[in-house]
Write a protein that binds this ligand. Structure first.
Ligand code: HEC
Ligand code: HEC
Length: 481
């Protein structure tokens, strides 16, 4: 029993803590000259002229800043040109939704819409609405030991972490650990890694006495410890409905057009079929489908087994302790997993706030300084049995691919994601959140941007150099998504 458990853990642990080292990622690529203009020389000249005109007009009428002394006629460096044109965002040549056509949008593609934050997708039929509501109830349901909770777990219901409103995030941070060694990352499964379960069911009757299940702790042997904040789930049915091929196409487009920031797909195993799929869920894109994440979370967050994830987590990696498991048979027949899936799949994307001229200026700054290289504004879903999800355009502001983020990486490897690689965080719904980055270290969006390293270094540097007006426009735009 315990052997079976252990050997199957590489499947049932939160997606494949494979030990492959990160793909080679030469530092040179990060520094590769990044042409902010991406356009023809003609455009560059036009921008320089426009930039100079804007600068003159600011100095002329603005009356702002006597510290901005001279207008020089010396040739301006490209980056300065970008800053000047960014000024009043007169520039309209930045493509604010790159690759839309290549990713499958046609003139018939309509945008997917939500209703309210936490509400269902717009355009569901009565049956779908009923499934959304039933799924939401199950998602909010607290399990107890009789229903299979534990022996070790993180919380007793999905909503404890995914709330405010239901399906969002309470900012709950969980812990991952492992060992970085010469041969690569070791998720320390024999110690219960890489995901720590910080709750346990405590004392239970065992024979004539009692057995105590204790929460897991980070073992002394671990030299990597990382926090992961709960992500909101709004709109994820749309992400689920994007064909694998779209992400592979996107990776190819990035390699061709923005090689310094190119992303890679995390190829992982779909547990129900054994197929290799494009991972897209989780901070490392370590899970390929929303249905799989439902079963994975039920087991790894709550300790409840179900058909695709039939083996309990061994407390602190010690499978002999499962001998006292009060509920050793399959805990759930899969119905609850289907219900979580229904709720999450039909949960609408975060509604965007009204557009304004200022926000649109910010949107162009976002594109011009290279944020869209990874935070792909729009994607298109494939065919789906749910009409509200079928061939829809939506705006997650992510390519869902992995990028080398340098020191910002969390040190954990999962699937093909190396220790320094993270999935581009989607930016929709940013305005309703207060903690940012994978471990919630950033209290403001500004801090989150300034923490970008690795492939994000160039964009961060350009953000840093923006004048206050452009920066304000950009931040206002981000908070409106
Ligand atoms: C203890 C807190 C906690 C509980 C309980 C919890 N989650 Fe999560 N959830 C998280 C965290 C943290 C992440 C990010 C995980 C990662 O990337 O490793 C996450 C991520 C997810 C994602 C991926 C979202 C994305 O952006 O890609 C889905 C889907 C999800 N959870 C569903 C569920 C479901 C369904 C349940 C209940 C069965 C559940 N979660 C219970 C904390 C929790
Ligand atoms: C090379 C790819 C890349 C580029 C370029 C990039 N980002 Fe990111 N961004 C990421 C990744 C990956 C994360 C997640 C990092 C983490 O949490 O460890 C992220 C996270 C963020 C977050 C935090 C989101 C959250 O959910 O916590 C914000 C805000 C953000 N980026 C804004 C920007 C802006 C603005 C720009 C342009 C100046 C930019 N990014 C450029 C890849 C990129």
């Amino acid at each position: 029993m315990s052997t079976a458990n252990r050997s199957s853990r590489s499947v049932s642990a939160p997606q494949g803590n494979a030990r492959q080292p990160s793909r080679a990622n030469p530092a040179g690529r990060i520094d590769a000259a990044h042409d902010p203009m991406r356009g023809a020389p003609v455009k560059l000249v036009q921008r320089a002229i426009r930039g100079a005109l804007i600068a003159v007009s600011i100095l002329g009428f603005g009356g702002c800043g006597t510290h901005r002394t001279a207008v020089t006629t010396a040739p301006v460096a490209r980056s300065e040109v970008a800053d000047l044109t960014a000024d009043l965002a007169e520039d309209d040549s930045a493509d604010v939704t790159p690759y839309l056509g290549e990713l499958g949008a046609t003139s018939f593609t309509t945008p997917a819409r939500g209703t309210t934050l936490g509400g269902p997708l717009h355009g569901l039929d009565a049956g779908q609405l009923a499934r959304f509501n039933e799924g939401r109830d199950e998602f909010m349901d607290e399990d107890d030991v009789d229903e299979g909770l534990g022996p070790v777990f993180n919380e007793a219901s999905c909503v404890t972490c995914h709330n405010a409103p239901v399906g969002g995030t309470t900012g709950r941070v969980e812990t991952r650990f492992g060992r970085a060694a010469a041969g690569g990352f070791d998720p320390m499964e024999l110690y219960g890694g890489s995901l720590l379960q910080d709750h346990a069911i405590g004392e239970i009757p065992a024979g004539a006495g009692l057995f105590t299940y204790a929460p897991e702790v980070v073992p002394a042997e671990a030299n990597v410890r990382a926090g992961r904040i709960t992500t909101p789930l709004f709109g994820l049915g749309l992400v689920d409905a994007v064909p694998d091929a779209t992400f592979l196409t996107l990776a190819r487009l990035e390699a061709r057009h923005t090689p310094w920031a190119r992303g890679t797909a995390n190829l992982v195993t779909e547990v129900s079929t054994g197929a290799t799929r494009v991972g897209r869920f989780g901070w490392k894109a370590q899970v390929p489908t929303l249905h799989q994440f439902s079963g994975d979370a039920y087991l790894n967050e709550m300790g409840v087994t179900s058909p695709d994830f039939p083996n309990e987590n061994c407390p602190q990696g010690d499978c002999s302790k499962l001998a006292f498991n009060p509920y050793p048979t399959l805990n759930n027949d899969g119905k609850a997993v289907d219900e979580f899936f229904d709720f999450m799949r039909l949960l609408g994307p975060p509604p965007r706030s009204d557009r304004s001229y200022f926000k649109q200026s910010g949107e162009r700054v976002f594109a011009r300084i290279g944020c869209t290289d990874c935070h792909t504004p729009a994607l298109v879903t494939g065919e789906s049995p749910v009409a509200a999800l079928s061939r829809k355009q939506f705006f997650p502001y992510s390519d869902f691919l992995l990028h080398d983020m340098g020191a910002l990486g969390d040190g954990i490897a999962q699937g093909r994601a190396g220790p320094r690689e993270m999935r581009t965080a989607p930016l929709w719904g940013l305005g309703s959140r207060s903690l940012f980055l994978h471990d919630g270290r950033a209290k403001t969006v500004n801090d989150a941007i300034l923490a970008h390293g690795g492939q994000g270094t160039t964009a961060r540097a350009r953000y840093y150099r923006l004048n206050p007006m452009s920066r304000a426009a950009l931040l206002t735009f981000l908070r409106s998504l």
